[in-house]
Design a protein around this ligand. Structure first.
Ligand code: PMV
Length: 323
């Protein structure tokens, strides 16, 4: 039986969230926590299933809709959108998703699922993988489903590594690797749309102040990029990156997207050995990233006392075919 398996990594924004909405640069990294899609032929209908989330859905391409047999429809919208673009309807398939990424924690789960499905379909139809095309299609899918989306998540999932998005939304893969990190994620999930609206409102009330904070975040990103342009980072480089993470956190707090839960995780991680830590993504809940060379176990253990936390390895690879 024909089978196609592809996986794509999640992402963390290192620098530039929120400022990126106002055309400032941003940097993200791929983490080796993946969405894995397996495609096999189906006898009757095209079916999507994810046991990890207890989701099962049947696709009806004639009526241009899908029917939920169990679970929430959130991620099925992305699946259906990809299928509309890429699936040969005459030959039904089973699509199975295995997901290690938590959903809605700002770790790019929808982008990882979208990218993995596009690659798995290309591979299923014996099409050669083209990362640029995969990243572009995945970004279009996110735009269609969400209405707006920066290309950062989908590019990071497709290419892997360290991704720089410039002020013209051009994506570049930087050459450096990244270090030992811990992700802490709050039980309260952040709502990206609401947090973007909150910053917009604050910016309308205090344009001069907030613009200068957004400029400062942009400058942090540019300073980090100079370091990441190196092939190999020294201990001192990592210390600079850590300082920049901490300064960026202060500015995110100032623009109103921090929460008590996130702050607690950030200070706990710093007390336990993180040299730099900040919230990552939209804030208002969601996740923090802690850079903790040689201290991962300690930071993980301490964060897990009160919140969810996981170890994350930098993923030089983006989307991968497994068969
Ligand atoms: O919640 P996330 O991880 O998708 O991050 C949102 C990042 C923002 O800059 C707040 C919004 C955006 O579209 O870039």
């Amino acid at each position: 039986m024909k089978k196609s398996i592809a996986s794509a990594p999640g992402k963390l924004i290192l620098f530039g969230e929120h400022a990126v909405v106002y055309k400032k640069p941003a940097i993200s990294i791929a983490v080796d926590i993946r969405a894995k899609i397996t495609i096999t032929p189906s006898k009757s209908k095209t079916i999507f299933a994810c046991d990890d989330l207890n989701i099962k859905s049947v696709m009806d391409f004639e009526k241009k809709e899908f029917h939920m047999l169990s679970g929430q429809e959130g991620i099925v919208e992305y699946i259906f959108e990809v299928l509309k673009l890429k699936h040969d309807y005459l030959n039904p398939i089973n699509i199975d998703l295995a997901l290690d990424l938590p959903i809605g924690a700002g770790l790019g789960s929808s982008a990882a699922i979208t990218v993995a499905l596009i690659a798995a379909l290309d591979n299923y139809y014996n099409k050669e993988l083209n990362l640029d095309e995969i990243a572009k299609t995945a970004h279009n899918v996110e735009l269609n489903v969400q209405g707006s989306a920066s290309p950062l998540d989908t590019a990071t999932s497709a290419y892997g590594g360290l991704i720089f998005l410039d002020e013209n939304s051009k994506v570049t893969k930087l050459s450096a690797s990244f270090g030992d990190i811990i992700i802490g994620y709050a039980s309260q999930r952040g709502n990206t749309r609401q947090m973007v609206a909150k910053v917009k409102k604050l910016k309308e009330h205090y344009p001069v102040l907030i613009n200068s904070l957004l400029d400062a975040i942009g400058n942090i990103t540019l300073q980090a990029k100079e370091i990441f342009d190196k092939e190999k980072l020294t201990k001192n480089d990592f210390q600079v990156i850590a300082d920049l993470l901490n300064i960026n956190q202060g500015l995110l707090d100032a623009i109103g997207v921090n929460t008590l839960e996130l702050s607690n995780m950030i200070y706990t991680s710093r007390k336990t050995g993180a040299i730099g830590s900040k919230l990552t993504g939209a804030g208002g809940g969601g996740s923090i990233i802690a850079l903790c060379p040689g201290k991962r176990k300690e930071v993980l253990k301490e964060l897990q006392i009160t919140e969810n936390a996981l170890e994350a390895n930098f993923s030089k690879n983006g989307v991968i075919i497994h068969n």
